[in-house]
Each structure stands twice: as structure tokens, then as C-alpha cells.
Design a protein around this ligand. Structure first.
Ligand SMILES: [Cu+2]
Length: 268
């Protein structure tokens, strides 16, 4: 009886270990997200994949007590750039169709939504309610190849980004809040073309959006990104608004406008 119990117990432990090392999958489509309804709190490993035809991202937003997912969306529709009391918890940044990115970030217990802020998707596309509850589960973090620091208003890179699978440790010394989106420029396109395209949101894309790390309410939080990079000219770009009280419905200056944009070459 005792032997049977031990065998059962070790098999169960293996299954739990396997589960905790496989990422939480978030799939974006043009109609919303496919993702679990519930995850455990802790430092979690997410795999974000865009199966839509438009660029999407997936910010984790912790809702204030008493505010539903629908209430949050209504506040955005009412003109709030980021509804009061809600907390941003980072998430995978702008990602082109067919692209994917892995991110490690910390979530605390509470009621969250996944929301995409690209091109008005926060109100035109369904948000995904996500409960963070249960015992803490920390996924192992890979060793970083480079450290990326988000500073007012520039990107500091420690180490050189190479082709192939790279792990970036993203820190925010700030003191303002930032985000980073990675792009690979198409031949003949420039940083100026990319900035203009992100501002005007029309015309053919001058670059592929590779994913990134969205902003967090807590600047001390570190996130990790893992991505398979091809050689080519890349751009790091921050779209945070300069004015925190900017309205979602009016044009505003972004951090990229005040210089938070950087071209880097990934060599073969
Ligand atoms: Cu910024």
C-alpha cells in the first residue's frame, strides 16, 4: 500500500513540474483573446501569439474592486486613456500577425482583463476576463543575454542583441513609466517612416511588430522577453503618452515623439 502511494505521489509531482514549466498561452485574434479564465499568482511565463490579421497586444490590467470588465471598457469608451483605480501589469506588446513572443511577468491575486490598446481595439474587440487566484506559482526565468533599461526618454542596452533566440531582462529605472515594442524594418524603410506610421495608423506597415513589454504600475518590476530574432535593422519604440491625463480620443505626444526610439542592427 505504501509503495503504491509513493509511486502515485512521484508521478503526480512530475505532472505538476511539467505543468509549471509550460507557458500560459494567450492567443490574439481579431475578435478577442483565447486564454485561460484563471491563473495562479506569481512570476508567470506567458506565450503570446497573434493569429489575427491586425497587430495586437495583450496588457494585463488589474481591475479596481467593484469594477467589471464591461465597466472598464465603458470608462475607456467615455474617453479615459486608462480608467482610474485600474493597475497595469505589463504584458506582451505590439505583435504582427503570425508573430509570437514569450514574456515572464509577476501578477498578484485579483480580477484582471487582457486588453489590446492598438487602433481602438480596447473598445472594438472583446477584452478577456482573467482571475489571478490560488497558491503562488513561480515559473523559472531563463538567463538573460542582454539587459534593456527603459529610461526617460531612451533605451539603454547592456550587451549586444544577436540573431537567434535571445532573452532580454527589461528594467524600468524611469523615473517615468515606459514600455518597449520591437520592430524589424522592411528594406528601404526608416525610423521616421515607422514613427509616422504608428502616429497616423494608416498605410502599409514599414516594419514587422515583433512584440515587446507593456508598461507596469510598479517601476521596480522586472520582466523578461524571449524572442527568435532575424538579422536586420530593428527599432525599439515607446508609445507611452507624455501627459498621463491625455484623453484616448484626442491626439497626444508619445515618448517616441520626445526621443524614446532607437534603431539597432542585428548582425548575421
Ligand atoms: Cu517611454
Amino acid at each position: 500500500m505504501l509503495v503504491v502511494a509513493c509511486l502515485f505521489s512521484s508521478g503526480w509531482q512530475k505532472e505538476v513540474a511539467a505543468k509549471s514549466s509550460s507557458p500560459i498561452r494567450i492567443i490574439a485574434t481579431d475578435s478577442g483573446f483565447e486564454a485561460p479564465p484563471m491563473i495562479a499568482p506569481g512570476l508567470r511565463h506567458l506565450l503570446f501569439e497573434n493569429r489575427g490579421t491586425e497587430i495586437h497586444e495583450a496588457m494585463l490590467v488589474k481591475l479596481p474592486q467593484g469594477v467589471s470588465a464591461a465597466g472598464f471598457v465603458a470608462a475607456v469608451k467615455g474617453g479615459a486613456l486608462f480608467p482610474k483605480g485600474a493597475l497595469d501589469y505589463s504584458g506582451p506588446g505590439l505583435t504582427s500577425p503570425g508573430e509570437s513572443i514569450e514574456i515572464w511577468l509577476t501578477v498578484d491575486p485579483g480580477q484582471y482583463i487582457l486588453v489590446c490598446w492598438n487602433s481602438g481595439h480596447a473598445t472594438s474587440t472583446a477584452v478577456h476576463p482573467l482571475a489571478v487566484q490560488g497558491g503562488r506559482a513561480d515559473d523559472p526565468v531563463p538567463k538573460e543575454d542582454v539587459v534593456l533599461k527603459l529610461v526617460d526618454f531612451r533605451f539603454d542596452l547592456e550587451g549586444r542583441l544577436r540573431q537567434g533566440i535571445q532573452v532580454l531582462r527589461v528594467e524600468t529605472p524611469g523615473p517615468a513609466m515606459h514600455e518597449v515594442d520591437f520592430y524589424r524594418l522592411h528594406d528601404g524603410q526608416s525610423v521616421a517612416d515607422l514613427k509616422r506610421w504608428r502616429k497616423e495608423k494608416r498605410g502599409p506597415a514599414p516594419a514587422v511588430a515583433l512584440g515587446g513589454a507593456l508598461d507596469s504600475h510598479d517601476l521596480s518590476r522586472v520582466v523578461w522577453l524571449r524572442k527568435n530574432f532575424s538579422p536586420g535593422r530593428h527599432v525599439l519604440h515607446c508609445e507611452m503618452p507624455v501627459e498621463s491625463d491625455a484623453s484616448a480620443n484626442s491626439p497626444h505626444l508619445s515618448h517616441a515623439d520626445v526621443g524614446m526610439v532607437r534603431e539597432i542592427e542585428i548582425k548575421e
